[in-house]
Each structure stands twice: as C-alpha cells, then as structure tokens.
Write a protein that binds this ligand. Structure first.
Ligand code: FES
Length: 90
C-alpha cells in the first residue's frame, strides 16, 4: 500500500479506484478523496496524483490540468490580518 497523501491518508489504490470510477481530473479526485486538502495543501500529493492520473488515462503529465485556485472573495491587506483589528467597512 503506497500512501499518496499523508495528510488525508489517501493511498495509490484509492486514487486508481476513483479514476476507474470516472473521476478523471485533479479537481474531481480532490472532491471525492480530500486529496490535497490537508495542512500541506497538496504540495506532495498533487504532483504524485497527477502522475498516477496521467498513467491511468494514457496522457502526458503536462496534459493534466492543475487544480482550480480559489483566491479570497475580497482582497484583505496583510497588515489588517496582522493587527487583529476588524475592517472599518464592517
Ligand atoms: S499530502 Fe496531501 S494534502 Fe498534504
């Protein structure tokens, strides 16, 4: 048993099974397996999952679409976060 995601305890077998069930993008694998949702935010497991996905779908790793990034809804100045104060517009 090869662990792919240490943070969420996901194995290579879990990833291959999900791909065979039809989850063939990194976003879909993330949703069904919580892959990449741990404290490291997928630094280790996402590249490994991309390689497995490429192998299982017959694609090149460069053809695997990376995850959709979701920036904050509203920009927040870092100084505001550091001060611990709330926004004056609240
Ligand atoms: S190893 Fe997958 S989220 Fe950390």
């Amino acid at each position: 048993m090869k662990i792919i995601c240490r943070c969420e305890d996901v194995t290579e077998e879990d990833v291959v099974k999900a791909i065979k069930e039809g989850y063939t993008t990194l976003d879909e694998l993330k949703h069904v397996l919580r892959l990449g949702m741990g404290p490291c935010q997928g630094r280790t497991c996402i590249p490994l999952a991309a390689r497995i996905l490429a192998r299982e779908t017959g694609k090149k790793v460069s053809e695997i679409e990376l995850q959709t990034s979701r920036p904050p809804v509203v920009p927040v100045p870092l100084g505001l976060l550091a001060s611990g104060e709330s926004d004056k517009n609240d």
